[in-house]
Write a protein that binds this ligand. Structure first.
Ligand SMILES: NC(=O)c1ccc[n+]([C@@H]2O[C@H](COP(=O)([O-])OP(=O)(O)OC[C@H]3O[C@@H](n4cnc5c(N)ncnc54)[C@H](O)[C@@H]3O)[C@@H](O)[C@H]2O)c1
Ligand SMILES: [Zn+2]
Ligand SMILES: [Zn+2]
Length: 382
């Protein structure tokens, strides 16, 4: 079939809306009509090149280039058709995308760590995770499909492992948010950082991810949640989502936190700024107290290998630095769980959507994100 998608042809370019050719789903695959797609910062890293692997790394993957590609890894839609052997969804079902597939059988899935599923290894490889062949084509060329989803497309074909059935009465915009930003932020605070009642938690960067780290920290019982962002609107939004204090920078937060905690500093620090850089670790660990945990959720440029970490303090003050993908959650269990918290009125989702866009307005949406105007921008499809 023919459909329309936002295609990126190279680093530094804008998304181009293209008519693409989409092949029907093969065994283990699903054709999805997208209804909502979130503008997560991770796709912006593709346009800046931060998430584009250098030629020597691509060569190890048997690839010369990651372009052209379809972006989008946060999304929700309706199943139109299923390939042979698909059992967990059928036509008409509403689904959430899952930017990490979950096979259910690998070492990680079978030990409750679906966010580390072995199928995730091929995220930036061309071809379906089912059989390695390609379903998406543009102007006669094969397309790489971001996170094996390509939610910036009116229709897409994905592996069954990449979709999770959700209850049909839930708004698909809310389902969309849960598929990346909410799960990633909430899980970073609740699961990966392990926030406990009475903790002091710092969240650095209040976008679609950090806003949900704030919600997660509050829900886990944090006594104080300090939201840090240079943009006033972000700080105000964080206060509405459960933050108790706000600061414009990590430097500004240092005396505030020293005061609040009588010098003990934070039990948990969650790093969710737009882009992670090694030199930000000094500030993050200065805010982390003795025995505290610093979770790095934001994505750094793929070539970033150095970080400013005082190793003496790391050992002597017994601090912990942890990475987190998908908030260390299990998509199959936790996407429905987060949606049930929304249904019960405990998790705010509708409030996270600052603006909606059409697919054709995607570049405006990303401009607004970069200008600090959105907690989350969402593309809605008719
Ligand atoms: N680990 C994962 O699984 C995962 C999943 C999704 C997104 N991410 C990453 O998380 C990060 C945040 O994504 P997002 O969609 O929320 O981005 P966003 O652009 O919506 O929000 C980022 C916020 O950080 C703020 N910021 C920038 N520099 C800052 C600094 N030095 N101090 C404090 N605040 C700062 C910005 O003003 C902005 O409000 C990105 O790097 C994204 O790629 C990681
Ligand atoms: Zn994302
Ligand atoms: Zn698996």
């Amino acid at each position: 079939m023919k459909t329309r998608a936002a295609v990126l042809w190279d680093i530094g370019q804008e998304w181009q809306i293209e008519e693409i050719d989409l092949d029907p789903p093969k065994a283990g695959e699903v054709l999805v009509q997208m209804k909502a797609a979130g503008l997560c910062h991770s796709d912006e890293h593709l346009t800046t090149g931060d998430l584009v692997f250098p030629p020597e790394v691509l060569a190890t993957m048997g690839m010369e280039s990651m372009f052209p590609l379809i972006g989008g890894h946060e999304g929700a839609g309706v199943v139109l058709e299923v390939g042979e052997g698909v059992t967990s969804v059928q036509p008409g079902d509403h689904v959430s995308a899952s930017f990490i597939p979950s096979c259910g059988r690998c070492r990680y899935c079978s030990t409750g760590r679906q966010n580390l599923c072995d199928l995730g290894a091929g995220t930036f490889q061309i071809g379906m995770i089912t059989d390695g062949t390609v379903r998406h084509h543009v102007r006669g060329q094969d397309l790489l499909v971001g996170a094996k989803l390509g939610t910036f497309s009116e229709h897409t074909v994905v592996a069954e492992a990449s979709v999770i059935k959700v209850e049909p009465d839930l708004p698909l915009t809310a389902v969309c948010l849960v598929s990346c930003g909410v799960a990633t932020g909430w899980g970073s605070a609740v699961e990966r950082a392990g926030t406990r009642p009475g903790d002091t938690v710092v969240v650095v960067g209040i976008g679609g991810i950090g806003a949900n780290a704030v919600q997660g920290a509050r829900m886990a019982g944090a006594k104080r949640v300090v939201a840090i962002d240079p943009v006033e609107f972000k700080r105000e939004s964080a206060m509405e989502l459960g933050a108790t204090h706000a600061a414009a920078s990590m430097d500004e937060a240092l005396p505030l936190l020293t005061d609040l905690t009588f010098g003990q500093m934070a039990d948990r620090v969650i790093m969710t700024p737009s882009v992670m850089y090694g030199d930000m670790m000094a500030g993050a660990l200065a805010l982390t107290g003795k025995g505290g945990t610093c979770v790095v959720t934001a994505i750094a440029p793929v070539t970033q290998t150095e970080a400013a970490v005082n190793l003496f303090e790391l050992a002597m003050w017994q601090k912990e630095v942890k990475g987190a993908i998908f908030g260390s959650l299990n998509p199959r269990a936790d996407i429905p769980k987060l949606l049930s918290l929304y249904r019960e009125g405990q998790l705010k989702l509708d409030e996270l959507i600052t603006r909606t866009y059409t697919l054709d307005q995607i570049n405006q949406g990303y401009q607004d994100m970069c200008d600090g105007k959105n907690i989350r921008g969402v593309i809605t499809f008719d």
